[in-house]
Design a protein. Structure first.
Ligand code: TRP
Length: 461
């Protein structure tokens, strides 16, 4: 029997709320938490950015996530078909279908650079094992990283391997198998992060890190960084492209969507903050590492720790294995909605759908590989190809889809639908949720989007 996720006909549901929580957490917790959150926090000056990110999760991310899960459970199909069905059911204009479309495209774009970065993590596994980082200082660690980035063939090799892993799992329909693995490995990642945090506390400049992460300096905040925080709150929760909607399709009726979403968001935020608290003490203990270094932050800072730790080689290897697995379970959710749609509506079989989509994402990914070497000098505004992909997805497409979802569920869809889907919820919570979705989400997302884009282009121009 193929995976539960691949059965688009009868739509069986997951056996329990916990299975959904594990799958959705597998999607949410990934490179966004461990790699992206620390580096964009570093680039945006720390505390104030973290605060805005947390507010965005609470006020915008969580309500939109509830809406997406609800839409998915209501429609019980791929996101595009779900949107089509729900809009025609409500007698609405086809415009609303664009929610599904934008999502599928955003998923492929994100997957394109996601697999390159996951490739870096893969590349670090054998290096850890070989002892490359034994006793390295930040300069040597940086040098290793720069050498890796300059080597296109190696980068493409690792990117291709990761893409094959992703497409392989989705093709074989063993999404559930990986889900089971994630159930054991995610807690392990959690424990390992905790151990690294303790190490960072003892060996690094923990006080400086805490101050940086939690002491808001609002002068560092710009419209651009607020938009980045908003975009990241969607990115990290896997919102705005159908991942969560697709998983919602398998959620059993009668389980509380509200509680489930709160659990997932909490786990997601905790992992991100732990990663930050493990990385920044090391960064501040070594003046050679710049907190605003960008995408390389994780890959330059942590190897220094592993190189200095007793048993650091094994711990380092384990760390990058777990990061790869976290990325893997997220990548699956990036491609699955598009795959489900090609199968449902275009008559593709699972294998061809995966090959076609995987190939598109892989080809686009080459642009990201090159933007760290040959194309590093080609910039649009101040974006490289990778920067532009990230910008286009996290800071335009995801917020835009989130905005559409909030307006659709809050204002356009007949009220009876959320009411019946969220029947079991606490009635006060339901009213609060609907109020926030109607009156807070659309104007807040709209304003942040406009101001952020204006700020980005006037500053870059
Ligand atoms: N949330 C994942 C991470 O933080 C990435 C991800 C998976 C994602 N599915 C998504 C991001 C859907 C946006 C939309 O690593």
């Amino acid at each position: 029997m193929s995976s539960i996720l691949s059965q688009t006909q009868s739509y069986p549901t997951w056996s329990s709320r916990w299975v959904f929580i594990m799958a959705a957490t597998g999607s949410a917790v990934g490179l966004g938490n461990i790699w992206k959150f620390p580096y964009i926090t570093g680039e945006n000056g720390g505390g104030a950015f973290v605060l805005v990110y947390l507010v965005c999760i609470l006020l915008l991310g969580i309500p939109v996530m509830v809406a997406e899960v609800m839409l998915g459970r209501r429609g019980r199909q791929s996101p595009i078909s779900t949107m089509r069905q729900l809009t025609s059911e409500a007698g609405l204009h086809g415009f609303w279908n664009s929610i599904g479309w934008l999502g599928v495209i955003a998923g492929l774009f994100i997957l394109s650079f996601y697999s390159v970065i996951a490739g870096w993590a893969l590349a670090y596994i054998p290096e850890m094992g070989k002892g490359t980082f034994q006793g390295v200082d930040p300069i040597e660690s940086q040098l290793f990283f720069d050498t890796l980035l300059a080597d296109k063939a190696r980068l493409i090799g690792w990117q291709s391997l990761f893409m094959l892993m992703t497409v392989g799992v989705v093709t074989c329909g063993v999404v559930r198998g990986l889900g089971a693995a994630v159930r054991i490995l995610m807690p392990l990642l959690f424990v390992l992060l905790l151990a690294m945090l303790v190490f960072a506390y003892r060996e690094g400049d923990f006080a400086a890190a805490i101050k940086f992460l939690f002491w808001p300096d609002f002068s560092a905040l710009t419209g651009r960084s607020i938009l980045e925080a908003l975009g990241h709150s969607f990115f990290t929760l896997s919102l705005g492209m159908g991942s969560i909607m697709a998983y919602g399709a398998y959620m059993p009726v009668g389980t509380s969507i509200g509680k489930t979403v709160l659990t997932i968001a909490l786990l997601d935020v905790v992992v991100a903050l732990m990663a930050g608290m493990a990385i920044f003490p090391i960064v501040f203990a070594h003046p050679g590492i710049n907190p605003a270094a960008g995408p390389e932050l994780l890959f330059v800072s942590l190897p220094v720790v592993f190189g200095a730790m007793p048993g650091g080689l094994a711990v380092g290897m384990l760390f990058f294995i777990l990061v790869t697995i976290a990325a893997w379970s997220s990548a699956i959710s990036l491609i699955e909605p598009a795959v489900a749609w090609l199968i449902e509506k275009r008559g593709f079989n699972r294998f061809t759908a995966n090959i076609v989509l995987g190939f598109i994402a892989w080809t686009l990914g080459i642009g990201t590989v090159l933007s760290f070497n040959d194309w590093a000098g080609f910039t649009l505004g101040d974006f490289t190809f990778f920067g532009a992909m990230d910008f286009l997805t996290s800071r335009i497409m995801l917020p835009l889809t989130g905005l559409f979802v909030a307006i659709f569920v809050g204002w356009v869809m007949p009220r009876a639908t959320p009411q019946s889907e969220l029947d079991g919820e606490d009635s006060l919570m339901f009213s609060l949720w609907l109020w926030v979705l109607r009156y807070i989400c659309p104007p807040a997302i709209g304003v942040v989007l406009l101001v952020g884009l204006y700020d980005t282009f006037t500053a870059a121009g």
